[in-house]
Design a protein around this ligand. Sequence first.
Ligand SMILES: [Zn+2]
Length: 164
Amino acid sequence: MTDFDDLLKANQEFADHFQLGGFDGKAHAGVAIVTCMDSRIDPLRMVGLKHGDAKIFRNPGGRVTEAALEALVLGVHLLNVDRILVIPHTRCAMAASTEDEIHEKIGASTGQDVTWHTFHVIPNQRLALDEDVRKVRSHPLIPDTVKVGGFIYDVDSGLLTQHA
Ligand SMILES: [Zn+2]
């Protein structure tokens, strides 16, 4: 039972100074962000937000999947969201590899044939972003009053550029 000791110790210190109890789960800045799981991305800080301000949904590549849409509909109707940012990023492994290459790497790591598993690589990041933004804008349960933008985050400069 020691695998997580360092993290639990840090959590104890976090809890010792915790002053955010009783806070509601709404997005206080009205913002939802769909972005990649990449560890170079700090979704709140990169747009000047803080604890409690935004709903964050992450997956490999920052794609608008069915699960992401589910989160966004909940965010819009129950959690105060009125602006949605879809944010893939530069040098994303999901956009820099082919499905075959990912299969090869995971195959080498597991020592198994993994071709039965799909990893949803992104052949063209700009096209995928357009498509993802369109999916959100055209969703029947996301009203036109919600602003939706597609951006690419540069992991080397920290800058966001709007593309959709
Ligand atoms: Zn990524």
